[in-house]
Ligand binder design. Structure first.
Ligand code: SIN
Length: 573
């Protein structure tokens, strides 16, 4: 294969794709070891992190607090959580959050005391929040402010990573394109995918428009493995007003006393789970769908969030962002029942990594929502995602620095220029055709691979997907629609992986529920779907990659010994 020359490329030590919490935290550590370029598809703040409302779960009260956070994480994950990953999350979390405080993150306080709230499946109130319901935005602000002041960190905004550059089976950088489709090659010693989730494969989602799963496409094409792609979390309470985006209504509302009621105004979660509205997310979301079709209704009845009887909390002050958005639609938390329904929210699966962000492809790392360490199992515990970004972003950065210490910056890459025939159509036509293919795909995914699945509908979805894929493939050669084309291809690959993995897991567990296999199969508890670029799915144990890390990082102590060591574990600098 032809080699392209370094002269036409820009070089950095470390390339970070994505500027959410995982990317920014990683950049902070990487900057100590070399020049870092952080690439974002839009303005640097636009990411899932920015929209995270409820908070960040963290056990800052010592060993027993850490142990209970671990237990809640294991329980919510429905038998599939990788225990070592979860131990790392809860044990290293306090030190990482301590850094956030040092870097100027303003969490809500009463005097000096940090305020904490509770959310679904947490046994205690341990969730820190900021500006009431804008926790992600505040953390993102603080991290971006310190990152911007680092001389070794540079941002490239409004750039889409269209492909990864490879040399001898190693990732050596990425091809970026700007809004006009102009291409730039960046060569790096190591590349981190911190591109977030893929809620935009569904028509109903709380995720912003940028969450199209681009990192998963890049990873697959370079030979990385995706795991647990069937495990997509549906948040129970997105605002449901026709024609209005599915705005997230934080689980913290239920933590502060909101109920769910059916169209007749009756609570129903007491019939479903002892934790009622604070049951794990997958349980609440499914119960809402079932309740909405109660008594043989052909059309779903509306479910509402009801906070009208909550006393002692100034709701507009506690939830200012949510209250403002509701006010734009004539609603008030203290006066109205708020119409809600579940929406795609968080991807538990993703690019398979060890516990330091290493993928199976040399030079390629992943952290945050795009990565899968097994830390969330089949259902993520509320507000563990920001913590995951911090903890595993820092760990990935450390591994990148160590692995690349002796490595020169690459000079060349193998040229895999696209051989797609170019369609002779106008940009406007290409744009419109891509938009309508994406619209069809998102509707299909909601219908065929949403909260309640079965083989027949998923097979229908598979067929629909392949005809959408052919249409997108024909259009993608048009450079000026390169961002939309990349996003369309990413959605197709993610949808394909999700459908194939969901068909392969013939049981119901956590977020993955099959009407045709409604029970758990205990033989599958430790088995994870593995999806490769050729479309093959296997069910395997997760440990193969994780073992690499376990030996390095731990000193032979049993897991209970490690837990009793409490929070004094932070080995990442
Ligand atoms: C929420 O505020 O309900 C979202 C937090 C999360 O996704 O964990």
């Amino acid at each position: 294969m032809r080699k392209s020359e370094k002269e036409s490329a820009r070089t950095v030590d470390f390339l970070v794709l994505g500027a959410g919490i995982a990317g920014l935290r990683a950049a902070m550590t990487l900057a100590e070891h070399g020049r870092v370029l952080v690439v974002t598809k839009e303005a640097r703040w636009e990411s899932n992190t920015h929209y995270a409302q409820g908070g960040i779960a963290v056990a800052m009260g010592g060993a027993s607090d850490v142990a209970s956070h671990l237990q809640d994480t294991l329980d919510a994950g429905d038998g599939m959580v990788d225990r070592t990953a979860a131990e790392i999350l809860v044990r290293e979390g306090p030190e990482r959050v301590g850094e956030l405080l040092k870097w100027g993150t303003h969490f809500d306080r009463n005097g000096e005391t940090l305020l904490r709230t509770r959310e679904g499946a947490h046994s205690v109130a341990r969730i820190l929040h900021a500006n009431g319901d804008a926790t992600g935005a505040e953390i993102g602000r603080a991290l971006a402010a310190v990152a911007q002041s680092e001389k070794n960190i540079e941002f490239a905004e409004w750039m889409t990573a269209c492909s990864l550059l490879m040399e001898d089976k190693r990732v050596v950088g990425a091809e970026l394109r700007d809004a006009e489709g102009r291409s730039q090659h960046v060569l790096s010693r190591a590349t981190l995918l911190a591109t977030g989730g893929a809620g935009q494969v569904y028509s109903e989602t709380t995720n912003p428009a940028v969450a199209t799963g681009d990192g998963l496409l890049l990873a697959l094409k370079s030979g990385a493995i995706l795991v647990d792609m069937e495990m997509y979390q549906f948040h129970p309470t997105a605002l449901n007003i026709p024609g209005v985006p599915r705005f997230l209504l934080s689980e913290a509302l239920r933590g502060e006393g909101a109920y769910l009621v059916n169209a007749a105004g009756k609570r129903f979660m007491e019939r479903v789970h002892p934790l009622m509205e604070l049951a794990p997310r997958d349980v609440v979301a499914r119960a809402m769908v079932r309740e909405s079709f109660a008594e043989g209704a052909k059309r779903p009845g509306q479910i509402f969030l009801d906070m009208r009887s909550v006393r002692g909390t100034q709701l507009a002050e506690r939830f200012p962002g949510i209250s403002r958005f509701l006010a734009e639609h004539g609603l008030r938390l203290d006066r109205d029942r708020i119409p809600v329904s579940p929406a795609a929210h968080y991807m538990m699966g993703g690019v398979k990594t060890d516990l330091c962000g290493r993928t199976n492809v040399a030079g390629l790392y992943a952290a945050g929502e795009v990565a899968a360490t097994g830390v969330h199992g089949a259902n993520r515990l509320a507000s563990n995602s920001l913590l995951e970004g911090l903890v595993f972003g820092a760990r990935a950065a450390k591994a990148m620095a160590i692995d690349c210490e002796q490595l020169p910056i690459p000079k060349t890459w193998e040229d895999a220029s696209s051989t797609h025939p170019r369609l002779e159509i106008s940009n406007t036509e290409a744009y419109e055709r891509l938009e309508s293919a994406i619209y069809a795909l998102r509707g299909m995914m909601w219908r065929c691979a949403g909260l309640l699945r079965d083989a027949e509908r998923m097979q229908e979805g598979r067929e629909e997907l392949e005809s959408i894929a052919m249409e997108v493939c024909a259009i993608q050669g048009c450079a000026s629609v390169s961002r939309l084309a990349t996003e369309a291809r990413a959605r197709i690959e993610v949808s394909r992986a999700l459908l194939e993995c969901a068909l392969a897991r013939c049981e119901s567990r956590g977020a993955h529920y099959r009407n045709d296999f409604p029970q758990k199969n205990s033989a599958l508890a430790r088995m994870h779907t593995h999806y490769r670029a050729d479309g093959a799915v296997t069910l395997e144990r997760l440990d193969a990659l994780a073992e690499v890390h376990r030996d390095e990082e731990y000193d032979g102590k049993s897991s209970s010994q490690r837990m009793s060591a409490g929070t004094a574990c932070g080995s990442v600098s």
